[in-house]
Each structure stands twice: as C-alpha cells, then as structure tokens.
Design a protein around this ligand. Structure first.
Ligand SMILES: Cc1cc2nc3c(=O)[nH]c(=O)nc-3n(C[C@H](O)[C@H](O)[C@H](O)COP(=O)(O)OP(=O)(O)OC[C@H]3O[C@@H](n4cnc5c(N)ncnc54)[C@H](O)[C@@H]3O)c2cc1C
Length: 351
C-alpha cells in the first residue's frame, strides 16, 4: 500500500513527490491532465519566470522538466489522466477514489481504471482545480476524440512528420504550433480573426517559422473513416469552405479550471482552496494541502512560497504517519544518499 497519495502534478505536486521520495515514502501521484506541470504546462510553458529561487530567469517548460526529473529520482507511481473524485476517512487510512479523466485516455481503460486506493495520508496540491479544455460544440467533431482529435497533446514529438491542424489563436495554440513545427510536423494554424492576441516576440517567431497561419478560418467539420483525414475550414465572413488534409486536429480554445472535487474531499474550504493550519494540515484527518489549493492568512500564490509549503506539509505528514520519523528531516547535505528513510531520533544518554 502506498503511504502517500498526492492529488495534482502541478509544480507543487511534483516538488512534493520528490520530497516524499526524499523522506522515503511510497508515493502515488494522481493528475487529471495527461501531462504534468499544472498551470505552467497548460497556460505558459514558453514564458520566462523571474522569481524562482536559484534562477535569474527560467522558461516554464524547463522548470517543469527539472521538477519532473528531480521527482523521478524516486520510484513514484504517476497516474496521469486520472481524476480524484472523493476522499473517504477509513480508520488509520484514507480511501482515495479515482476515475479516468480524459476521453482520449479512457479508451485505454486498463491504463487508468476507475477505483479506490487506501493510503496513510493524502496531500492535496490541486492548485486552482482541474483544467478542462473548452470543447468544440459539435458532436460530429467530438466523435473523433482519440481518433486524431486531441485536446491534450502531451508530447509534440509523437506527431513528427504528420500533417497537423492547430485551431485557436491562443498563446498555447501558437506555442503548440511552433513546438510541432520544431519536430518537423507540417502545421496549419487557424484563427477566426486575423489578429492573434499574443506577445510580439511570439508573433515574430511564428512569422519566422514554417507554420502556415490561416486567418479567418473556423473548424467546421472533420472527416475520415477510421481516423481524421480531412478538416473542413470555414471563413466566418462569407461561409466559404475548403478542405485540408490532416492526420491530427488539436483545438486550443483555452481551459477552464474546475475545483468542484474539493467539496467531496471533506475538507474545510475558503473559496476554492482547503483551509490549512501552520503544519499545512486540513480539517480532515490525514489530509494535508499545499500550493495554490491551500489557504491561510497571508497566503501568497507564487511558487517560491508554494514549494516551502510542500516541504512543510510532507515533513509534518511524515512525522505523523511514519513510525519514529521526526518532522525535521535533518539537513540533506549531511546525508550520504538522498533516499534513506530517516531512523528514529537517537536518545542521547549521560555517560
Ligand atoms: C499566466 C500565469 C503566469 C504565472 N506566472 C508566475 C510567475 O512568474 N511566478 C510564480 O511564482 N507564479 C506564477 N504563476 C502562478 C503559478 O503558476 C502557480 O502558483 C502554480 O502553478 C501553483 O502550482 P500548484 O501545483 O499549486 O497548482 P497548479 O499549477 O494549478 O496544478 C494543480 C494540478 O492539480 C490537478 N488537479 C486538480 N484537481 C485534481 C483532481 N481532483 N484530480 C487530479 N488532479 C487534479 C490539475 O489538473 C493541475 O495539473 C502564474 C500563473 C499564471 C496562470
């Protein structure tokens, strides 16, 4: 049985997973998206951050890559595309109920079955909630989900050499189009207007790239027998239509955050965040919280503060659930190996 379940693999969940490994806990991480990185990966992977300790500046995707690599030094069980729906106290344990989140993933039912897991403690790093893509309001188009229509492309390299339509003039849409072009996909980017509301630096990169930008186009239909073969594009000004041969269609109309699951976690809430005490414990037994999804007086929602909260939460829950483990882990620089389970504190006796 894993000792700890972390809910949410945003930057804070990733750092908490690493830290739980450092405290030698068996850890499972649930993430509703099919990729890690939370708000950073979803909204601003290519933006620079200037307030992360140790970096004068760092790109969002680079920070997530490093956090993930750090976490994966330990054998953490990542359950991506899996949403935690309910927490249930069960004596000395908590039952974590989960189910597949994305339609693309749920087609592979054996990878992410619905179920429940018993753990000794839960750490909520749910941020501002689950990110749900804005769907296209057309059942015909939606029927291609998992057959070329994908709202959650995790790795652009999987579409290397393919013909890809990116629909939507959002920053994520443009960044995705550029990332696909960099792995030699043949990319068409469409937007229903001619102006993209993106930073000028990104405009320049788009202009210099091989991405074919088609303004005044909407995705009207997808066609194909087994998978997507053609996208039907429509000009909103005169309804003129054209067909473009594609292997994949990636709508990027933005995401909305849903924090509705928190109400099923039996924790006291302050808006969309769990109220915590100075040890980051919530009102529910054996449930801690950190990051944007935790609330206390004076809370500042930035990463520098969030990472400290993850550290405080994991050390306190380790002290509570691992027999003999102290809250203070000792200095990492005093350890020979990072992953040793700390021994119970030695009792010093007078000679
Ligand atoms: C545009 C923008 C720019 C920003 N710039 C900066 C900056 O420069 N510096 C800075 O410090 N901060 C910045 N921030 C804020 C920073 O991104 C957040 O503070 C940080 O992402 C919080 O991390 P988190 O892990 O707590 O939550 P999130 O990043 O929100 O991640 C939470 C994860 O939990 C998952 N999840 C939620 N509910 C469930 C569930 N029931 N089951 C499974 N998974 C679930 C979500 O899918 C998500 O992946 C910025 C934010 C935005 C939007």
């Amino acid at each position: 049985m894993p000792e700890l379940a972390i809910v949410g693999a945003g930057p804070v969940g990733l750092y908490a997973a690493y830290y739980a490994g450092f405290r030698a806990m068996r850890t499972v991480v649930f993430e509703s998206l099919p990729f890690v990185g939370g708000q950073i990966a979803t909204f601003y992977p290519e933006s620079l951050l200037y307030d992360v300790p140790g970096f004068a500046e760092v790109r969002g995707d680079e920070l997530i890559r490093r956090l993930e690599a750090q976490a994966r030094r330990f054998p953490i069980d990542f359950r991506l595309g899996t949403r935690v729906t309910r927490l249930e106290p069960a004596g000395d344990a908590v039952q974590v109920h989960f189910e597949p989140e994305t339609k693309e993933r749920s087609e592979n039912a054996s990878a992410n079955p619905r179920g429940a897991l018993s753990v000794a403690a839960v750490l909520l790093t749910t941020g501002i909630g689950r990110f749900v893509p804005q769907p296209i309001p057309s059942p015909e188009i939606e029927s291609f989900r998992g057959r070329g229509l994908d709202y959650h492309l995790a790795d652009p390299a999987t579409l290397s050499g393919k013909r890809v339509l990116v629909a939507g003039g959002t920053q994520r849409g443009v960044e995705l189009a550029l990332a696909l072009a960099s792995v030699r996909a043949d990319v068409v980017l469409i937007h229903r207007r001619d102006r993209l509301a993106i930073p000028s630096e990104l405009q320049d990169r788009l202009r210099a790239s091989p991405v074919r930008f088609l303004p005044f186009r909407e995705l009207a239909a997808l066609e194909g027998t087994l998978r997507v073969e053609r996208a039907i594009l429509e000009d909103p000004r005169d309804r003129a239509r054209e067909a473009v041969a594609v292997d994949a269609a990636l709508p990027c109309f933005g995401f909305s955050a849903h924090a509705d699951d928190l109400s099923s976690f039996a924790v006291r809430l302050d808006g969309d965040a769990a109220v915590v005490d100075p040890t980051m414990a919530t009102s529910a037994p054996r449930v801690w919280a950190a990051g944007d999804g935790a609330s206390y007086p004076g809370k500042v929602r930035i990463l520098a503060a969030d990472f400290g909260e993850a550290c405080t939460a994991v050390n306190n829950l380790a002290g509570a659930i691992v027999p003999g483990a102290p809250v203070f882990p000792g200095y990492s620089s005093h350890r020979q190996g990072a992953a040793q389970r700390p021994r119970p504190a030695r009792v010093l006796r007078n000679p």
